[in-house]
Design a protein around this ligand. Structure first.
Ligand code: ADP
Ligand code: DP6
Length: 339
């Protein structure tokens, strides 16, 4: 890892939506998951982060969307910067400024794009030149899902089996141009609650208390294989059926956690029901829903059906907006200046 003096760097990354969910950590110290997961990195949504190491600064500072952060978010960023300092030998503290052009902490994966952008900007500002795989492993330590946002397109995070985590990282399956007909209509749900507990903590309650967790782990390898195949063959109906099955399995684990985790609002549930109805009327899966730990719902469909599906969802009371997204590119470096 070549080094040069610390300076300033900025990086832009996109959130990803998990088609196969990461939910459960087997090693909290190294952030190693119980299962592999698969996601799509999205276009249009982004986190843009600038890191400046400054001699004389007495503590790291973090501004998110113009607001000076303290508490958990600041602590998470500081711990992450400590890892970058350990790797690089840089001793200065840093100013971190980040903006998300979408809602933070509401299930649209701001932690994924946020920590992938921080990993990119902080390592470059510290003079490190990491490979994409090393960057993925580093980003994973900030937020598990962030290890997938280091790549564009369709991405798999392999759980690995080594106790030291060296075989646990994300890798691209197909780039963002693989399946241009695939559309993600995101239903933005009005009054979606802001999460107070990060997903990484919530999922550990599921590991401890949900009777469904072990069953889900047994089912996942076959579902992951089937999903990889559906993506490879660009098979819409197979993909849509699989992501709904997976999302329902994830939601069952959440709901059987003590205390129960309920991320959806009534409106979110109406969106799921609308997709089920549309598929029933059409006699095949023309669309498939999925959601992360939050109320907004992603509805995947093919371009030929996108207008109809979008209109159907937009008409649901409580859906405040719909965004039409596609698979998007990986990180973009915006600036690097050595100190
Ligand atoms: P989400 O569903 O948006 O990923 P989480 O609760 O899992 O929600 O994570 C949200 C947390 O991620 C925030 O409270 C903050 O600590 C962190 N975060 C979000 N955006 C950024 C960012 N751009 N840079 C650094 N950290 C961020
Ligand atoms: C349901 O990795 O985003 O979105 O580390 O708290 O940010 P934090 O958790 P995170 O958890 C992701 C959970 C999920 C599924 C997924 O993205 O695979």
């Amino acid at each position: 890892m070549p080094r040069s003096p610390p300076g300033v760097a900025a990086c832009e990354t996109a959130p990803n939506i998990a088609l196969i969910k990461y939910w459960g950590i087997r090693d909290p110290e190294r952030n190693l998951p119980y299962n592999s997961s698969i996601s799509v990195t999205l276009d249009r949504l982004r986190s843009r982060t600038r890191v400046r190491f400054r001699p004389g600064l007495t503590a790291d500072e973090f501004r998110l969307n113009g607001v000076r952060m303290g508490g958990g978010p600041l602590g998470d960023v500081r711990r992450f910067l400590d890892r970058v300092r350990d790797l690089s030998g840089v001793t200065d503290h840093a100013e971190v400024r980040s903006t998300n052009n979408f809602q933070t902490a509401s299930g649209l994966a701001s932690s994924a794009s946020g920590f992938a952008a921080l990993a990119g900007a902080a390592t470059l500002a510290a003079g490190l030149d990491l490979s994409p795989r090393q960057l993925s492993q580093l980003a994973r330590l900030g937020s598990g899902s962030a290890c997938r946002s280091v790549f564009g397109g369709f991405v798999e995070w392999r759980r690995g089996t080594r106790p030291d985590g060296r075989d646990c990282y994300a890798r691209p399956l197909f780039d963002e141009h693989h399946w241009p007909e695939l559309v993600d209509v995101v239903a933005i749900v009005a009054n979606a609650p802001t999460k107070v507990v990060r997903s990484a903590s919530a999922m550990q309650a599921s590991v401890r208390t949900s009777a469904e967790f072990a069953r889900r782990q047994r089912e996942l390898p076959a579902r992951i294989d089937a999903l990889r195949r559906a993506l490879k063959n660009r098979n819409g109906p197979a993909l849509f059926a699989l992501i709904m099955e997976e999302c329902d399995s994830f939601r069952r684990v959440c709901e059987t956690t003590t205390p129960s985790l309920n991320y959806l609002t009534r409106t979110s549930r109406e969106v799921l029901e609308a997709v089920r109805l549309e598929n029933a009327v059409r006699g095949e899966a023309v669309a498939g829903y999925t959601h992360d730990a939050g109320a907004h719902v992603h509805v995947f469909t093919l371009r030929a059906n996108a207008t109809r599906v979008r209109a159907r969802i937009q008409a649901i009371r409580g859906v405040s907006a719909t965004h039409v997204l596609h698979a998007g590119p990986g990180p973009r470096i915006l600036r690097v200046t050595r100190g």
